[in-house]
Design a protein around this ligand. Sequence first.
Ligand SMILES: C[S@@+](CC[C@H](N)C(=O)[O-])C[C@H]1O[C@@H](n2cnc3c(N)ncnc32)[C@H](O)[C@@H]1O
Length: 297
Amino acid sequence: MATAQSLRFQDEPQVDPHRESSGIDWATVALPDAWADRIDWTHLPDLKRVARTLLGRAHRPVQLPADLPGRELIPKYVLQEFHNLPNGNYSKSFSRGYAQGFDRVMLGSLTQGRQRVAAALRGAQCALDLGCGAGRQAAALRDAGVADVWGLDPSPYLLQYAARAHERINWIQGVAENTGLADGQFDAVAVCFVFHEIPPHYLRRALLELARITRPGARLAVLEPSPVQWQQGYRWLWRHYGWRGLYFRALAQRAHEPFADAWHRQDFTALLAEVGFTVREEETSCPFRFFLAERTQ
Ligand SMILES: C[S@@+](CC[C@H](N)C(=O)[O-])C[C@H]1O[C@@H](n2cnc3c(N)ncnc32)[C@H](O)[C@@H]1O
């Protein structure tokens, strides 16, 4: 087994104080506009560029403003136009649109999915929502009674949205493989629609990092897109899930998710076992795959 670093329990775990972005109040910090915030909607070339991205015809690397807080913590693989969003998750306007539209595009199913994750982690004292995006999973954990909830995401724009929308949660910038959080800080971790956005090499490092920041016995609840809408054909999906199966397959094919194929090919249970987590529950349906694991080593 790959071992987590020696666990150091603290009464008040702190994020790494040397990280410049660790002390940022994401609700109030001024964020610079990205190019996608300055689109001239009367300028035809601008419109064409945006339309081509939204339709999934062209994707360019994300450009970060030079003065973006925490810019140095954002790895290159994240800087892609995921989900056909102009400049990906790195603008005020499209982050807001994504935050408001994601649940609608998922036909409301994410509300139930997030509640399932929160229910699986109920009773925890300190929980992390890894890849928190607009913060709805973190809010579900808080509403389930977890007193100390943390939300971590690489995107300053999404963190700002989350921090303004949800109170009594600690928001922090980072990536799953480099959280800057303390050893053994958490007894629960929620992951909602994040691992399929991480390339395999970094996913393995992310799981090692989760082993480091959790205590023995900690629970890990993971909700990800199901492989069925990725791997099965339309006929099979129609027979098993009706029009929703067809819809989620079309969605999976259209949304730009460069690492989704690699994610669906991995044996996640085996990866978890390598870092000391044992799967206690697993369910594959449409549109979700759910795992509940426990840190047993
Ligand atoms: C599909 S969104 C899901 C957001 C949120 N968990 C939810 O339930 O709505 C994926 C999120 O993962 C974040 N993300 C991508 N790569 C990441 C990484 N390496 N570590 C942590 N978060 C990451 C993105 O910034 C984005 O907010």
